[in-house]
Design a protein around this ligand. Structure first.
Ligand code: ZN
Length: 375
């Protein structure tokens, strides 16, 4: 049972009153053509500096293969923006809030599509994709603050020339469409509006999250190498009964030699010194694997092996490896990179009656919540 004494209740620090910012999200890449539809559409063709307003329902098509590339053009440029006074615009079967922007990928003779959307509307659609729009609202609120922080940090870091801030993919965060918002995701956004996580010195934190930690969360430096202030590895037993069961696998000796060689080349400017490898005793507490190739000791991050092997082979970074009968046996727990908020743990905590501030203070014990903007 969790003791409430473990939690430091976050203090809200209201320091800003700026309006809700818009975030530009890359929603599709390498399109041959784009067809959008909406009521009373406004089309601005930036390359021609022309704007046109249509009345009634209108469908507009763009051909993205206009011919040979002109050498003077940049690789990617904003061609056109489309919006509707209704606030909604369709691309294919999907409806989007805000504006759709067409980028020409002049090198590939194709288009990329960007949705410029108020950050709060973005959060309402994202919660159904990155979490589950039917989960308890306090878990969704914790996720809303983490996802908003991630997007807000990217927004702040981008210079004005950047054509988009985030990708709707696992590289950043997966966002949805207008119909992905639910009553609960709308409430989760509204009740945490403008709230983001900051580190102990007040610096905006890149707030990471993952599906299931499997027993303990990891710090960013254990997984990616860069140090982010305030992070701690937290023991989490709350995700144990749900989601992916503890997993096992085998990797052929030869395959591991090849993977280790690639990791050494990519991350350590080194290479394997001998194809005879020997794994040193490993434990779940180690985020690095120690192995001998011949008589040379190599210490490599387990997360780098996962990057190469893929999530089908290594679903999480919490695993142990051992050699048995000339094969590599792997046993692991959890799903995802393991840094920051454990979503299945947050679900369990919300079911036990904890609010989003308590959930966030459990996974981000040294962080604070700050209100970055108000409507
Ligand atoms: Zn967990």
């Amino acid at each position: 049972m969790l003791r409430t004494g473990c939690f430091v209740i976050f203090l809200l620090v209201n320091t800003a009153s700026a309006a809700v910012p818009s975030v530009k999200v890359l929603i599709a890449k390498s399109l041959n053509s784009v067809v959008v539809e909406g009521m009373d559409l406004k089309k601005t063709v930036h390359t021609l500096r022309q704007s046109q307003q249509y009345s009634g329902r209108k469908t507009i098509s763009f051909n993205c293969r206009p011919g040979k590339r002109r050498a003077s053009l940049p690789n990617s440029l904003l061609v056109a923006s489309l919006s509707s006074p209704t606030g909604l615009i369709s691309w294919g079967k999907n409806k989007y809030q805000g504006e759709l922007q067409l980028l020409a990928d002049t090198g590939a003779n194709s288009c990329d599509l960007v949705n410029s959307i108020p950050l709060e509307a973005y959060i309402t659609t994202l919660l159904s994709k990155e979490m589950n729009g039917t989960w308890p609202v306090e878990a969704l609120k914790a996720q809303a603050v983490a996802a908003r922080t991630y997007a807000f940090e990217r927004l702040r870091k981008s210079d004005s020339a950047k054509l988009y801030h985030l990708e709707s993919s696992e590289k950043d965060q997966v966002s949805g469409t207008f119909f992905d918002a639910t009553e609960k995701t709308l409430r989760a956004s509204r009740e945490t509006e403008g709230e983001i996580l900051v580190g102990p010195t007040g610096k905006i934190s890149p707030a990471f999250f993952h599906s299931k930690c499997g027993g303990k969360t990891l710090r960013p430096d254990q997984v990616w190498g860069g140090v982010e202030e305030g992070y701690r590895s937290v023991n989490c037993t709350f995700c144990q009964k749900t989601g992916m069961k503890d997993w096992q696998g085998k990797i052929k000796n030869k395959k591991l030699v090849s993977m280790v060689d690639q990791v050494l080349k990519k991350y350590y400017s080194d290479n394997i010194s001998d194809t005879e490898i020997r794994i040193m005793p490993d434990s779940m507490a180690n985020s690095e694997l120690r192995l001998y190739a011949g008589d040379r000791l190599h210490i490599i991050k387990k997360s780098y092996l996962r990057n190469l092997a893929g999530r089908e082979v290594l679903p999480s970074n919490n695993f142990i490896m051992a050699m048995k009968n000339n094969e590599i046996h792997v046993e692991g727990q959890g799903y995802g990179h393991g840094v920051g908020l454990c979503q299945l743990g947050a679900l369990e905590l919300a079911k036990r009656g904890y609010d989003y501030r308590q959930i966030l203070s459990f996974y981000f014990p040294r962080h604070k919540i700050k209100t970055a903007y108000t409507p």
